[in-house]
Design a protein around this ligand. Structure first.
Ligand SMILES: *[C@@H]1O[C@H](CO)[C@@H](O)[C@H](O)[C@H]1NC(C)=O
Ligand SMILES: *[C@@H]1O[C@H](CO)[C@@H](O)[C@H](O)[C@H]1NC(C)=O
Length: 205
């Protein structure tokens, strides 16, 4: 009687360990069969953010929570995901929602279909799928800063190229001058030699 109880206890411990690793706190998780991953139901739990999720998550229900945004990269490790539902959350559709929008669009058409913005007022009740970068508040503001960054980088690049050009021209002129000096110096030494030669010729004639 003792041994089966111990074995049962160990099995239960193991199950709890595996379960804890796969199932976020306050969610309900069900295995979907051998090596088929897990159904992770975190719907209607008043969650304010996406919980830590296991790579074996295959179906993920996050609908009807209080999430306003998704941290960039939060879904990136879910390589086995087949189904996700993030509808009925008060999404704050500013620039930070861009990760969720692009990730859902990439994942499937149906996953973004029921995702509606709650804030800011300008995007209230608008479907996330229909928002463009321009309508996402603060994306607009952050764009010129990025442009300014490009401007300074380009300016630095152009200055560098111009400097290299000027230096090359200077080097060219300097080497020409040097060559000229060498040739003129050769001429100087050549002239007396020629003269000497001519003189010798004249004398011999
Ligand atoms: C949504 O969640 C709340 C609790 O956060 C619950 O009372 C309500 O019944 C849920 N609605 C649906 C449609 O599941
Ligand atoms: C997500 O869940 C909501 C509420 O349960 C449901 O109406 C909707 O059809 C689901 N969406 C997807 C893509 O499964």
């Amino acid at each position: 009687m003792k041994i089966p109880t111990a074995a049962g206890f160990v099995t239960l411990m193991l199950f709890c360990l595996v379960h804890a690793e796969i199932c976020p706190l306050s969610c309900i998780c069900k295995p979907l069969g051998e090596m088929k991953g897990w159904l992770v139901d975190c719907s209607s739990k008043g969650l304010k953010e996406v919980p830590a999720l296991s790579v074996s998550t295959r179906k993920l229900y996050l609908q009807n929570n209080s999430m306003t945004t998704v941290r960039t990269g939060a879904f990136d490790n879910l390589h086995n995901l087949e189904e996700v539902n993030v509808s009925d959350n008060p999404w704050n559709c500013d620039c930070d929602i861009l990760y969720l929008k692009l990730w859902l669009e990439d994942f499937s058409e149906s996953s973004i279909a029921n995702v509606i913005c709650a804030t800011p007022a300008s995007n209230e009740r608008k479907p996330l799928s229909q928002l463009s970068g321009n309508e996402l508040d603060s994306c607009r503001k952050s764009l010129p800063i990025k442009c300014l960054g490009f401007f300074w980088r380009d300016l630095a690049l152009i200055t560098f190229v111009v400097l290299v050009l000027i230096l090359t021209l200077c080097a060219l002129r300097f080497s020409k001058k040097l060559a000229y000096q060498v040739t003129t110096r050769d001429n100087y030494s050549a002239v007396p030699l020629l003269r000497k030669h001519n003189l010798e010729n004249d004398m011999s004639q």
